[in-house]
Write a protein that binds this ligand. Structure first.
Ligand code: TRP
Length: 455
């Protein structure tokens, strides 16, 4: 596909909204507190922020630049710039498989946000005699509730992509996301005045490096890439719709900033409410801790409905981005109509997603899987293998592709268009993209393979 035929963002704002919509989502509000709770508290936060700056932001500029330069999504970009090499095309395919798997389990969690809107309208969620953890456990153990929540969200995402109303959703989210941030500030106000807040804040803010393990590093890198939607070609695809006038480093960094702020705010809600290192840190952490706060707020029911609604919108703008890359691929590669592409993506993601949906208690054999010396749920395992390890591999391949095929000089030229300040940052960028990224990710992967331990 030639660059001329590509649709383009009609405005700078359109691009920022879509890219920020993809980035800001459950990764920051749900996954970041879960990982922080499980992998070392404040030390994890610090390492995550450092990795954001030295690994994720430089790679984000690169992914945007390759997209804009080639005018293609991942499969096209690798094969075109790589002169049709089969091997590099494989990197593009891997990106697609990873997107599909992320879409599958992400939709399950997005479905929970909808389930909780329903709960917030009922009585049990606000009944002080019922433990929030029990509500979550009972919900995830119910196969029908899990499948229905997930299927609902999948249909919603498919509907948006099919009707081509993504832009509309992104425009609405421009008004809704600031409201989400304001609501988060309100929740923080309540959380930090709870009696157990001090211990929670110290867990969240005072680093204790004795808890840092190899796993902390793996999860922090994975989270930095995941939160920025890197490594699977989503950002490359968005870059391919960009005009040359766009200042890549400036826009990219703005998005990164927003992602980090939302994540940090989420932690300020969850940890004061939990009051220290969470005993049950896992995918359910956020849903349990939030209910505790809603119960102790005036108009808690209203706040809860509003919060979960806004979170669902944030999740929707992320699922659309994943849905789009996969659909576009089917559409362009097999030359099938877009609507068949949407159907195929939706069916595949639903089948895979069902396994994750049923893995938090509903089906025993999916809920307890032994792997690498740990017991995982299918959802956790997909999250770890695809959204951390293979996501890192995707980022590594992009870095290697740039070093050996595209050329660092070409990449720098593309990034530097309309960004005079990039000339000064260039040496640091080069160290990150051609040094830190390949060396650190290769090390992580070799270590996991050799020791059989990623955590
Ligand atoms: N970044 C999103 C979040 O944090 C999730 C997401 C959307 C994503 N598209 C992606 C993650 C592509 C990895 C790759 O919620």
């Amino acid at each position: 596909m030639s660059a001329e035929k590509r649709p383009q963002w009609s405005s700078h704002l359109g691009f920022i909204l879509a890219a920020a919509g993809s980035a800001v989502g459950l990764g920051s509000v749900w996954r970041f507190p879960w990982y922080t709770g499980s992998y070392g508290g404040a030390a994890f936060v610090l390492i995550y922020l450092i990795f954001m700056c030295i690994l994720a932001i430089p790679m984000q500029w690169l992914e945007l630049a390759l997209g804009r330069f080639s005018g293609c999504g991942p499969v096209g970009a690798y094969s075109q710039v790589g002169n049709g090499s089969k091997w590099w095309k494989l990197a593009g395919y891997m990106a697609l498989v990873v997107s599909l798997v992320i879409l599958s389990f992400y939709t399950v969690v997005a479905g929970w946000t909808v389930g909780y809107i329903v709960f917030a309208c009922g009585s049990e969620l606000f009944d002080p005699a019922v433990n929030p953890a029990d509500i979550f456990t009972a919900y995830t153990a119910s196969p029908w509730q899990q499948l229905v929540s997930m299927a609902f969200f999948m249909l919603l995402s498919a509907g948006v992509v099919l009707l081509g109303v993504e832009k509309g959703i992104e425009r609405i989210s421009k008004y809704l996301m600031p409201v989400l941030v304001i609501l988060m500030l309100v929740l923080i106000g309540r959380a930090v005045t709870l009696p157990q807040a001090a211990q929670g804040l110290s867990f969240y803010l005072v680093p204790d490096f004795s808890h840092v393990t190899f796993g902390t590093l793996v999860m922090a890198v994975g989270q930095a890439f995941f939160a920025m939607s890197l490594g699977v070609g989503v950002i490359m695809t968005y870059g391919s719709y960009l005009r040359k006038e766009e200042n890549l480093p400036a826009s990219g960094t703005q998005i990164a900033f927003f992602v980090a702020i939302v994540a940090i705010l989420a932690g300020f809600i969850i940890f004061p409410a939990v009051g220290g290192a969470p005993e049950q840190a896992g995918p359910g952490l956020v849903f349990m801790a939030l209910v505790d706060i809603f119960r102790q707020l005036p108009a808690g029911r209203l706040v809860a409905v509003a919060f979960f609604f806004l979170l669902a919108i944030a999740a929707l703008t992320s699922t659309i981005s994943l849905f789009e890359v996969v659909t576009n691929y089917f559409h362009e590669t097999f030359n099938i109509r877009r609507r068949w592409g949407v159907l195929l993506t939706g069916v595949l993601a639903t089948i895979l997603g069902s396994l994750s949906a049923l893995s938090l208690g509903a089906v025993e054999s999916l809920s307890k899987i032994d792997f690498l010396g740990h017991t995982w749920s299918f959802l956790d395992l997909m999250d770890y293998l695809f959204a951390n390890i293979l996501l890192c591999c995707g980022v590594l391949l992009l870095s290697l592709f740039t070093i050996f095929v595209w050329g660092l000089k070409n990449a720098e030229a593309e990034i530097g268009i309309n960004c005079p300040r990039f000339a000064k940052i260039k040496p640091f960028w080069r160290v990150a993209v051609a040094g830190l990224v390949p060396v650190s990710i290769t090390f992580l992967i070799v270590y996991i393979i050799v020791t059989g331990h990623g955590l």
